[in-house]
Design a protein around this ligand. Structure first.
Ligand SMILES: O=C(O)CCC(=O)C(=O)O
Ligand SMILES: [Fe+2]
Length: 438
């Protein structure tokens, strides 16, 4: 038994599978992606770099400590994205950690060079110079240190004063493409703007019994807001159904893609990090049952709904603010959807994270913290078929645990049999004819 090397068999099996492309080893993108996820979590939930590198989240010890080298890698990922704000904080923590490390996991000079450059980029030239001088001292043969000292000195034009260095300035970049970032992140943290008490009074819960099946099994509905309407269906799937859906979806999960608005192509993007899979009604009775239930929940004809989509978000998984409907200017948008634009979204929370992962409507100041086995519903389009820009929403990054959702998007040729009579003040009890949009 001692001669039997089990690792060899394991390695062979992994190697074979790798040749068949079934197993992929982590590469540069995985490392930078993991680091970016940490930075995203840090910003959204206002986490301290030092705590985070010690596995402490919001005061609780939850993870492993990072070494100075790990910490350096996070800083380097930030540097590669020209994010000098985070480069600076993480390189400082790396340096700090290195002092207490024995044996050391990284050379001090490596950290110093990045740190000096980040200090310079953030407007701390005197400190960048001091740091580079230190680098030149400990590594006299460093290929760039001496040149950089001169460069910084020239920049200061002899204005380099003796004595105390000014305090470090380190401002987060303002323009990173997400205009609504601050409001969005505040919502993710649960900092929700107060609701007008008059509006709040109009919100209520009721049992939905307006279809024959629901006479026997009424659905619990909670109205979360109006204009645009957002409701929560309580305890609408069972643990068994949720487990079954996860089991069916797990082998099919693939990295989620987004549609490039200019080219119409599907591609991966850092603003949407999750894995997803599609499930057909014919695949399992549970899927079929959930599809039918969406009809009972929403009173929307399900014939032109998209298949169920299952999404799994891991740590740091998220989806930046977006619309579920396609805008007219988007290339191929309607072609891909086949049946037309997406009138409504239903989002089931199968598995909820311990922290983070809220669904937030950043224009509306509404945040929904997932509750297991409940489903969120909203209309994406006005009755005219125009996209409702107020429905811009996002999935906040998961800070602890995992999040599993199912969503179903209803599209174009929609016969609202009755509308959601009690829920939707716009629809009332009327019966709608087939509507064609787009
Ligand atoms: O997971 C969520 O909370 C929202 C997901 C979402 O908006 C989407 O996938 O379109
Ligand atoms: Fe969405």
């Amino acid at each position: 038994m001692m001669r039997d090397n089990r690792a060899e068999k394991f390695i062979k099996s992994i190697t074979d599978r790798r040749i068949e492309s079934k197993v992929k080893f982590p590469g540069e993108e995985d490392l930078s992606g993991a680091a970016t996820a940490l930075l995203r979590l840090q910003d959204t939930y206002k986490l301290d770099s030092y705590d985070l590198s010690n596995g402490i989240i919001l005061g609780k010890k939850v993870g492993h400590k990072l070494t100075a080298h790990d910490t350096f890698e996070v800083g380097r990922a930030a540097y590669n994205q020209k994010d000098y704000y985070h480069t600076l904080t993480w390189m400082q923590v790396a340096l700090n950690k290195l002092e207490n490390e024995n044996p050391r996991t990284i050379e001090e000079e490596e950290i110093l060079e990045y740190l000096a450059y980040a200090l310079y980029q953030q407007g701390n030239i005197r400190r960048a110079l001091a740091m580079t001088k230190k680098l030149a001292k400990i590594a006299p043969n460093h290929p760039r240190a001496k040149g950089n000292v001169k460069w910084y000195e020239d920049m200061l034009e002899g204005k380099e004063k003796e004595g105390e260095l000014p305090p470090i300035v380190n401002k987060r970049i303002e323009d990173d493409g997400i205009v609504e970032r601050d409001a969005y992140e505040a919502l993710c943290r649960g900092e929700i703007p107060p609701i007008d008490p008059k509006e709040e009074k109009k919100l209520y819960c009721y049992l939905k019994r307006d279809r024959p099946f629901l006479k026997l099994a009424p659905i619990k509905v909670e109205i979360l807001r109006y204009e645009p309407l957002v409701v929560l269906f309580k305890q609408i799937i069972s643990d068994y159904e949720s487990e079954m859906v996860q089991e069916l979806a797990a082998p099919k999960l693939k990295r989620a893609t987004v549609q490039n608005a200019f080219t119409g192509e599907l591609e991966t993007a850092s603003y949407r990090i999750s894995k997803s899979a599609w499930l057909k009604g014919a695949e399992h009775p549970v899927v079929d049952r959930i599809n039918k239930r969406v009809g009972d929940m929403t009173n929307l004809n399900q014939e032109t709904s998209e298949e169920l989509q299952v999404a799994n978000y891991g740590l740091g998984g998220h989806y930046d603010p977006h619309f579920d409907f396609a805008r007219k200017e988007e290339v191929n948008a309607f072609k891909k959807l086949a049946t037309g634009n997406r009138i409504a979204t239903v989002l089931f929370y199968m598995e909820v994270p311990e922290w983070g992962g809220a669904t937030v409507f950043n224009q509306l100041g509404t945040a929904v913290f997932p509750s297991k086995n409940d489903a969120l519903f909203w209309y994406n389009l006005y009755r005219s078929g125009e996209g409702d820009l107020r429905t811009r929403h996002a999935a906040c990054p998961v800070l602890m645990g995992v999040k599993w959702v199912i969503f179903r998007l209803g599209s174009k040729i929609v016969r609202r049999i009755e509308g959601i009579k009690q829920m939707d003040p716009r629809t009332g009890p009327r019966i709608y004819e087939t509507m064609r949009f787009g």
